[in-house]
Every structure is written in structure tokens, then in C-alpha cells.
Design a protein around this ligand. Structure first.
Ligand code: MOS
Length: 724
């Protein structure tokens, strides 16, 4: 039986993962392997006065100690690529993704944040390297550091002055807000959070002359290739990057962090392969995080609930060496129909490590603020929170005026509310109980844009009827390898079991970063197009209609023409002009039970309905949504990295003290996939679902906590002490 796209197939790599056969970056071993250990700055700002490596160099097994004192200098890097200098050396063009463009490792003695890697010790074993790293003595000249966001709000600046993602205005928001009959004006805060994938960042690098092989745990191998090529001034074809399995990333592996270049420097200097694993503790300091945000949301409405004004003014942490901006105001332009809007997101540059993308960056913290404010407005108006959202439903994209390529948010509200039993809710806070527990019901909307980037793919059908589809994309748990095989199988009309999808290697056709929920749309479109192209080529052998081919045709036709294989390749690109606005939407309904004496919050059940276009595999899609919701529960109740204001250091830098939800924290999660047929979004019809699952979870829970207790918590996470 020919499979259909959407079938809940098991992951093709599931067995390899659970049996340990899947090989992750750190597990690559070659002869002569050496091990690297990083030495990191213990001050947040200043300069290195001295590095004494004499004891380390004498220690057992130590091969080299490298720092700005003796390491070769790398070429300057931009984070985005495409700079004018790149045009002069076509050999090294292509995407780059260096995360800290104004901090090249070992370039000088300046310290920009605590945890910045300032030296590396290479040794014959991991233990010797770690011991050597402890023996490196560093002295500093400390400079005054800017640590706490609250102390430097006045320094906030628009770091993306030309981007509509950080500022948008229409109508006259100030005047409309001033004269609105019902108003909410509050500030919401989200904390520092760290991605903490199961697999910390790991890399193995070995040079052979001017060629280098890099096993990196990465979401963006082609950009790693570009970054390494540029930094070391070698042609990018000399750089071979492999990342076939990634043990979680959530955005933290979309950029090359300094440890990548440091490992490459080390391998070049010692002329042996070097292996580096960032420790869990180090991961907290120099591999990105979700930055702290403070967001003012002012909503003005008529007594009938119609919004007349929205002001969303956010600031978040950044620093002077990275380009990252958490665009919290991105969803505010999209989610409700408001005639007068002013949204802005600015950053404060601190001596704190570089933030980066973390699952639904922008949308996720932004929607916490907006959806909390909407709940407050619902109470101020005396209107049901779900009803308030329906009153303000955006029938077209409120910022561009474009029609939606498709939108099924109303169906998400209706199906979610029905399954949850929302109509039985008593709006009065503290009105619902179960024994001594206070019960609360809350809801929130979700949205995430549907992106697509260029991607290339190759497909080969062999005389035995088997099919190989290749694209240098990534598999970090989303199910890419599985859904791409499904897409190709159905398009070609061959059994799923006969199709294999290869990925995770820069010698394959180029794929974009696996981020922004766009792999299904980008790589999927390429796979869809290349399968159609291959089908046409085979059909052309006999001049038959491609759609008349059956599973047996490939074998029969190739044999008849004495062909070993037929191959096709495509470069699939999104259209230049987009007449539609494309977003996935969803709605979360949460029930919490709060212990009135102890302040403990339990999420008893959640019903979440999503419309994400065509679902390519109901099983892996369910896991994507589920993972997002679980991470959202963590955000609501647990996750926070504490930053010591005096030291400039994160404090709870281990999985014992950085709290994440575990199985016992997760109860009933009911996911509804609303059917949605989107003929416009891309050839596959998939909107992307990797991130929307988390968007709106935290406010749904915060709103439920308010309903249960009458206490409005505006700063995440909702910990016990905030409820006592
Ligand atoms: Mo994601 S934060 O786009 O990996």
C-alpha cells in the first residue's frame, strides 16, 4: 500500500536512537584523537593582564595551551554573511553564522562577559585536558560592568533600526489609548532561560593540510562551513561539516559559538584531531540563552470589547558583541485587529553573554505579555476571555492588510473550548475548587509565522526501484528524515520502505538553517519538487503521463532502457512577492490546581488546538506540539537562570538547580490538530509547527493561576513565593 502524507509513521531513526547506534558528534573517533578543555573568564568586564600556562604545560598529557598570546589570528566575521569583503573572495562566500561577530576567539585580551572562553588546553585524554585547564592562572584588570537590566533601562536602543520586526505603528495609538473607555497598562517580565538540550554542544575537528572535517552538533551546517572557511581563509569546499544527529538544540545550535572556532584553532595547531564537549556548566555561559525581557502592554477598548489601541513597548538584554535582538513585538502586529498600534522592541547592551534564538523567540515572550494583558482586559470589561479574542479576531493581517493564506484560529478556539469544557467556567476568581485545591481555567492564543527559505535536493531512483533523496538538512528530533521520505514516497508513488532520505552533510545539496519552524516548508518543498522532476524524467523515457506511473513502473522502465539509475536535482525557492500573509495559529486551554497554603501550582490538564496547514506525519507532529507545550509549562512554572548582579555570573548552572519539567510534572495534554488546507503557503501546504506549541502556554497557565487564586503574576516563572 502506498503511504499517504500525514500517516502517523514511526521515526525512521527511532531504532538507531534508542539502541545507541545513532552516532552523535562527540562519538566520532579517529586515530590520534586529542581532547580540548576550555578556560573561561571569571570577570564580566575588563582585560586579561596575564596568563600563566607554565604549570598546565608541564602537567601530564598536555600537548598545548592556546590563548590570545600564542594563537593564530582569525579573519573577521559577520554574523549574517553577505558583507562586501565576501564578494571579493567568491570561494568563501555562502551563509555564515558566527554568533559573536565582534568577539573573535583569542583575538585580544578584552573580556566582554563572564564565561568568555579565553584559553584552551589540548591533551591526550579528556581528564588531562580538564586538569590542565584548572592549572592555567589568569590575572585581570577589571572594569566596571553593566549587569542588571533594571539598572540600565535608560540605555535601551533599537538595534535593528531598519527592521519592521522591532517597530511598527499604525493610526494614533497614544491618543486612542488616552481616550479609551476601558484600559489595561501593565509591565510583564520574562527571565533568562537556557536551552539545555540533552546533548550539550560538541565538536570533533581534524585538519588535513588546508582541508578540515568537522563533526558538529549543529542546526546549520552550511553556515558552519561558511564561518570556518571565512575565519581560516580557506575555500569553503575544503570544509566538510557533518551533523547527522543532534541531541536537541531549540535554537542554541543555529549559530557557531566561539568553542567551534577554538576547536578548529586547536586542531590546526596541534596537527591532530581535537574533540571538545562543552560542559553543562559552560553551556550556561557561552552558548546563548533567551534574554531577560520587560514589556509594557497598554490595551484600550470600547465597553463592547473592541480594541481601539495597543501599545507594546519591550526591552531585552543584548550585548555589544552580538547582533541578537529578541523581537517581542513581532506577534503584536499580527494577533488582533487593532486600528491604532505602536509596537517597539529595544535592547540594553550589558556585560552578559550573548542571547540567541530559543524556541519561538519573540513570539513566545511577546505573547506572554499580550495574552496576559488580554486576560486582564477581559476581567476589566466583564467579558469572557475567549469571547474577547473572537471580538478582536483579525480577518486580514492587521499590519500589512494582506489576506491570510489560510487561517483557522476560530476553529482552534471552538474545538479547543469544546474539548476542554470552557463553557462551564465560572469567571469569578477563586470560585472553583476541588477539595482544598483552588482550580483555575485559563486560555491564550498562539501564533507563529510560516517561513520558507531556498533549499536544494537530489533524488535518485535505481533500477531495483529504490529511491534515495538527499538534502543537507538536519534532524534534531523533529522527524525530518521520516516526513521527507513520506513526501517523496507519495509523490513518486512508491512504497515508503523503498525511500531513504540522507541529510546532515555539506557534500549534499544545500539546505537552510533548521530553525524558524521552516524545515518542512523549505526542505519539504525541495523534496516535493525533486520527486516530481524525477517522475517526469522517468515518464519521459516512454513518453507517458508522469501520473500514470505506478510503484512497479520505475523498475520496469529503467530495466527496459538499460539504466542503472535516473537522477534529478532542484533548487527550490520561495516566490519573490508574497501576496498572502502566512501564519500558523492555535489556542491553549489550561487547568491548574493551586495549593492555597503552599502555593504549589500543578497543571492538571491542557487542551491545545493548532492549525498548521498540512500535517505531514500525525505522530511526529504530535510530538512537536507536545514538546512545545511541555517546554511552555517549564517556562510558566520553573525555568529561570538567576544572574548574580554583583558577580555578573549565572548562579544555577546545572540541571539540579535549573528547573525543567520532568515526567511527574506533566499530566494530561490533549492536542487537537485542526484540519487546514492551505493552497498558497508553499507547494507542500505545511505551515511549520516546531515552535507554535510553546507560544501561549505560559500566559494560558498564568491566566489560569489568576482565575484560581485572584493573584496576577506578571513575571515568569510563577514560583511558589510569588503566590504566598
Ligand atoms: Mo529555533 S529557536 O528557530 O531553533
Amino acid at each position: 500500500m502506498i503511504p499517504t502524507i500525514g500517516d502517523p509513521r514511526d521515526r525512521v531513526d527511532g531504532r538507531a536512537k534508542v539502541t545507541g547506534a545513532a552516532k552523535y558528534a562527540f562519538e566520532n573517533n579517529t586515530a590520534g584523537m586529542t581532547y580540548a578543555a576550555l578556560v573561561s573568564a571569571t570577570i564580566p568586564a575588563g582585560t586579561i593582564r596575564s596568563i600563566d600556562a607554565s604549570a598546565a604545560k608541564k602537567a601530564a598529557g598536555v600537548i598545548a595551551v592556546l590563548s590570545h598570546l600564542n594563537a593564530p589570528k582569525l579573519n573577521p566575521l559577520s554574523s549574517q554573511g553577505g558583507g562586501s569583503s565576501e564578494k571579493q573572495s567568491p570561494n568563501t562566500t555562502g551563509p555564515t553564522n558566527y554568533t559573536e561577530p565582534r568577539l573573535i576567539p583569542f583575538a585580544d585580551n578584552e573580556i566582554h562577559y563572564l564565561g568568555q572562553h579565553i584559553a584552551v588546553v589540548v591533551a591526550d585524554t579528556l581528564e588531562h585536558a580538564m586538569h590542565g585547564a584548572e592549572l592555567v592562572k589568569v590575572t585581570y584588570a577589571e572594569a566596571p560592568a553593566k549587569i542588571a537590566l533594571a539598572d540600565f533601562r535608560g540605555d535601551a536602543k533599537d538595534k535593528m533600526p531598519n527592521s519592521p520586526d522591532t517597530k511598527f505603528a499604525k493610526g494614533d495609538a497614544e491618543t486612542a489609548f488616552a481616550s479609551a473607555r476601558v484600559k489595561i497598562d501593565q509591565t510583564y517580565r520574562t527571565p533568562y532561560e537556557h536551552h539545555n538540550p540533552m546533548e550539550a554542544h560538541a565538536i570533533v575537528a581534524s585538519w588535513d593540510g588546508d582541508h578540515v572535517t568537522v563533526h558538529d552538533s549543529s542546526q546549520n551546517i552550511f553556515a558552519v562551513r561558511g564561518t570556518v572557511a571565512k575565519a581560516f581563509g580557506v575555500p569553503r569546499d575544503n570544509v566538510h561539516v557533518l551533523s547527522p544527529f543532534v541531541g536537541g538544540a531549540f535554537g542554541s545550535k543555529g549559530g557557531s559559538w566561539p568553542h567551534v572556532l577554538i576547536t578548529l584553532i586547536a586542531a590546526r595547531e596541534v596537527k591532530r584531531p581535537v574533540k571538545l564537549m562543552v560542559t553543562r556548566r559552560q553551556l550556561f555561559f557561552a552558548n546563548g540563552h533567551r534574554p531577560l525581557t520587560e514589556q509594557r502592554v497598554a490595551l484600550g477598548a470600547n465597553p463592547d470589547g473592541k480594541l481601539v489601541a495597543m501599545i507594546h513597548d519591550g526591552i531585552g538584554q543584548s550585548n555589544s558583541i552580538c547582533d541578537y535582538v529578541e523581537r517581542t513585538s513581532r506577534p503584536s502586529r499580527v494577533i488582533y485587529d487593532v486600528p491604532n498600534m505602536r509596537v517597539l522592541h529595544r535592547v540594553v547592551e550589558l556585560n552578559v553573554s550573548s542571547p540567541t534564538y530559543m524556541r519561538a523567540p519573540g513570539e513566545n515572550p511577546g505573547m506572554f505579555a499580550i495574552e496576559s494583558a488580554m486576560d486582564e482586559l477581559a476581567y476589566a470589561l466583564g467579558i469572557d476571555p475567549l469571547q474577547l479574542r473572537l471580538i478582536n479576531h483579525a480577518d486580514v493581517d492587521p499590519s500589512s492588510g494582506k489576506p491570510w493564506s489560510s487561517k483557522s484560529l476560530k476553529q482552534c478556539y471552538a474545538q479547543g473550548a469544546e474539548r476542554f469544557g470552557w463553557s462551564k467556567r465560572n469567571a469569578e476568581p477563586r470560585s472553583m475548587r476541588d477539595g482544598r485545591y483552588l482550580i483555575g481555567w485559563g486560555m491564550a492564543s498562539a501564533t507563529y509565522p510560516s517561513h520558507r527559505s531556498p533549499a536544494s535536493a537530489r533524488a535518485i531512483v535505481r533500477a531495483d526501484g529504490s529511491v534515495l533523496v538527499t538534502c543537507g538538512s538536519h534532524e534534531m528530533g523533529m522527524g525530518t528524515a521520516t516526513v521527507m521520505a513520506q513526501l517523496a514516497a507519495e509523490t513518486l508513488g512508491v512504497p515508503f520502505e523503498r525511500v531513504r532520505f540522507e541529510y546532515g552533510d555539506t557534500t549534499l545539496p544545500q539546505a537552510p538553517i533548521s530553525a524558524g519552524s521552516m524545515t518542512a516548508a523549505s526542505v519539504g518543498s525541495a523534496v516535493f519538487e525533486v520527486a516530481n522532476e524525477l517522475k517526469k524524467k522517468v515518464a519521459a523515457l516512454e513518453n507517458v503521463d508522469p501520473d500514470s506511473l505506478t510503484a512497479d513502473s520505475y523498475h520496469t522502465l529503467l530495466a527496459k532502457h538499460y539504466l542503472d539509475q535516473v537522477e534529478a536535482q532542484v533548487d527550490a525557492k520561495p516566490p519573490q512577492q508574497e501576496p498572502y500573509s502566512s501564519h500558523a495559529f492555535g489556542a491553549h486551554f489550561a487547568e491548574v490546581a493551586v495549593d492555597p497554603d503552599l502555593g504549589i501550582v500543578r497543571v492538571r490538564r491542557m487542551v491545545s488546538a493548532f492549525a498548521g496547514g498540512r500535517i505531514l506525519n500525525r505522530k511526529t507532529a504530535h510530538s512537536q506540539y507536545l514538546g512545545g507545550i511541555v517546554q511552555g509549562i517549564g517556562m510558566a512554572l520553573m525555568e529561570e537562570t538567576h544572574l548574580d548582579k554583583r558577580l555578573g555570573s549565572y548562579v544555577n548552572v546545572n540541571l539540579g538547580e535549573y528547573l525543567l519539567p520532568v515526567n511527574a510534572d506533566i499530566r494530561d495534554i490533549d492536542i487537537i490538530m485542526v484540519e487546514e488546507d492551505d493552497p498558497h503557503v508553499n507547494p507542500v501546504g505545511a505551515k511549520g509547527i516546531g515552535e507554535i506549541g510553546i507560544v501561549g502556554v505560559a500566559p494560558a497557565i498564568a491566566n489560569a493561576v489568576y482565575h484560581a487564586t485572584g493573584k496576577r503574576v506578571r513575571d515568569l516563572p510563577i514560583t511558589i513565593e510569588k503566590l504566598l
